[in-house]
Design a protein around this ligand. Structure first.
Ligand code: MN
Length: 359
């Protein structure tokens, strides 16, 4: 396992590389260059500067998140070819800078969705991201976007970039003619175009699941169960076409048995990386993000780490969202303290599993 940390870049993150380097057992980043809008090519020099900067801090930069896919690709519009061409150029440049894994998603419009970004946890007074489907009733997508933007502590949120959501109404209308089948066809077109390049340059694409793990606003969503990902890995069968196994996203649906899903795709060598976090079920389509500790939430983190250990022990892992604790101010879900605690805990589980396996 390579333990990593999501980082948004100098001046764009409340956490410094020095702080990340000081987290025990954290060796690298899952980095983000979100200054580029979906569909734009990431310039080679910018990636080179980023990687050099990360290396100077003593960390690895082998995983990049949020190379976002332009809506025209998901919608299958004629203009998609131009955006796919840019995507391929970005893949080549990332590979040239020793990046191994690209995390992305194929979700229409909304990358992830919560109804509260700072919901107080009554048991200890900390706060975390929260979702209650009942609260969405009566809210339009536009209102949700406005609410989310307002409560982000001044940081832009991954997947909620203003330019991406500026034409929200028009994009939502265009999706009325796209069903799951059509979205999957458009996904295949994209994978068929990019995966040969990935194979050639040694890049693994890791698809992030829908979050939460069910359809919202009537939009087609095709990545929130084992059956969905079985279809995705078959769309273009290649070791470069993999899953970003996000336990909290898939785990928002209690029907998803996360350790079993990890074993399934781990054995197939189709887990490109993993986001590991815990959530607590509070009712139907209602949950909050908890600390990583198994007993604080509804997922069994020991079984999750054991499944990773047994089926894909070399994968990249990062703690996912953390709570806001100890009066920290930062990007919701992406403070230092609770994620660092998460790393310490997950590394502890790993050491115990490893020693037990070798005893
Ligand atoms: Mn995730």
């Amino acid at each position: 396992m390579k333990m990593t940390f999501r980082w948004f870049g100098e001046g764009r993150d409340s956490v410094s590389l020095k702080q990340i380097k000081q987290i025990p057992g954290c060796t690298g980043l899952m980095g983000v260059l979100d200054q580029y809008a979906a569909g734009e090519e990431w310039p080679l020099e910018v990636i080179q500067d980023y990687v050099k900067h990360v290396h100077e801090a003593g960390l690895e930069a082998e995983v990049i998140e949020s190379v976002n896919i332009h809506e025209d690709i998901k919608l299958g519009k004629p203009s998609r070819d131009r955006y796919i061409e840019n995507y391929i150029k970005t893949i080549k440049s990332l590979a040239q800078c020793s990046v191994k894994v690209i995390v992305y998603n194929f979700m229409p419009v909304f990358d992830w969705l919560r109804t509260d970004l700072a919901h107080v946890i009554p048991e200890d007074g900390s706060n975390s991201l929260y979702f209650d489907e009942a609260e969405l009733a009566g809210m339009t997508p536009i209102q949700i976007v406005e609410n989310t933007a307002k409560s982000s502590n001044g940081f832009s949120l991954p997947g909620w970039e203003p330019e991406r959501l500026a034409e929200l109404q028009s994009v939502l209308e265009q999706y009325q003619s796209i069903d799951e089948q059509k979205l999957r066809e458009n996904y295949k077109y994209f994978l068929d175009a990019i995966i040969p390049t990935c194979e050639e340059v040694g890049i693994v694409m890791a698809c992030h699941p829908d979050d939460p793990a069910w359809p919202i606003f009537g939009l087609p969503r095709i990545a929130h169960s084992q059956a969905d990902f079985d279809k995705i890995v078959k769309l273009h069968d290649s070791p470069s076409n993999t899953v970003c196994l996000c336990t909290g996203s898939l785990g928002s649906d209690p029907a998803n048995d996360i350790p079993s899903i990890i074993r399934h795709f781990g054995k197939m060598n189709r887990i490109g990386c993993a986001h590991v976090r815990n959530i607590k079920f509070l009712g139907h389509h209602k949950f909050r993000e908890s600390s990583h500790l198994s007993s604080d939430g509804s997922l069994d983190m020991y079984e999750i780490m054991k499944a990773l250990y047994e089926t894909c022990p070399d994968t990249y892992v990062r703690p996912d969202h953390g709570r806001m604790i100890w009066d920290e101010v930062g990007r919701p879900g992406y403070g230092l303290y609770d994620r660092a605690l998460g790393i310490a805990y997950l590394n502890g589980l790993w050491e115990a599993i490893d020693k037990n396996a070798k005893a």
